[in-house]
Ligand binder design. Structure first.
Ligand code: DX5
Ligand code: ZN
Length: 217
């Protein structure tokens, strides 16, 4: 599977967001990761459809929308219309995960499912053949700049092995605490989509993104 960098704009400078998008574009990042938070599913609030809509015209990179919200089925159509290419919902936030995945695909987006650190990989076993991507949270969701939780790397390996056993080819994304020191462990375990917020947007954005992309070659 192709290795892609998905900078999370959660840590970007929103005062110059267009310019920051150009920097990650120039570096070669393939995705833009949007961390949508409602203050209920996670203890923080971020942004929603208006931000997606406003920057869609500035880049053709894949918009990777991570919904950290309760009952996400309420907003799937809105995010698809705002320009989302992938919409990822949390298994823990869905009453009817199988149906919500169908809804995402019916809205023309690729479907992702995310699990928090303490949620077993087996929870999503029955939908692996329906999704395009699985997001393994490598921190407890809600804030950028946290430290990676080591046991989550074992979950990446467990998921990769399960996909191979089931014969399904899906992208495996990791999100939280990924930086120049932790990226190798995530890649070695089988992750191929790398979310990085503070490791990209704190400091020299283009150089940070290029350094992570270099590790992915
Ligand atoms: C929820 C968010 C963060 C963010 C990554 O917590 O999903 O994990 O994307 O933040 P960093 O890369 O700064 O840990
Ligand atoms: Zn995220």
């Amino acid at each position: 599977m192709e290795k892609c960098l998905a900078p999370s704009i959660l840590s970007a400078d929103f005062g110059v967001l267009k310019e920051q998008l150009e920097l990650i574009d120039d570096a070669g990042a393939q995705y833009v990761h949007f961390d949508v938070m409602d203050g209920v599913f996670v203890p923080s609030i971020s942004y929603g459809m208006p931000v997606l809509k406003s920057i869609r015209k500035y880049t053709d990179r894949l918009f990777d929308v991570h919904l950290m919200i309760v009952d996400p089925e309420r907003y799937i159509k809105d995010f698809a219309e705002a320009g989302a290419d992938i919409i990822t919902v949390h298994a823990e936030a869905c009453k009817h995960l199988d149906a919500t995945i169908d809804l995402i695909k019916s809205c023309g987006a690729m479907a992702g499912v995310a699990i928090n650190p303490a949620t077993p990989v087996s929870t999503i076993k029955h939908v692996l053949d329906k999704v395009d991507m699985v997001l393994i949270m490598t921190v407890n969701p809600g804030f950028g700049g946290q430290k990676l939780i080591p046991y989550t790397i074992d979950k990446v390996r467990e998921l990769c092995d399960l996909c191979n056993k089931l014969g399904v080819k899906i992208d495996i994304e990791v999100d939280g605490g990924i930086n120049i020191d932790t990226i190798d462990a995530a890649l070695d375990a089988g992750a191929n989509i790398i979310v990085a917020g503070s490791a990209v947007f704190k400091g020299d954005v283009k150089a940070n993104a290029e350094a992570l992309l270099e590790k992915m070659r």
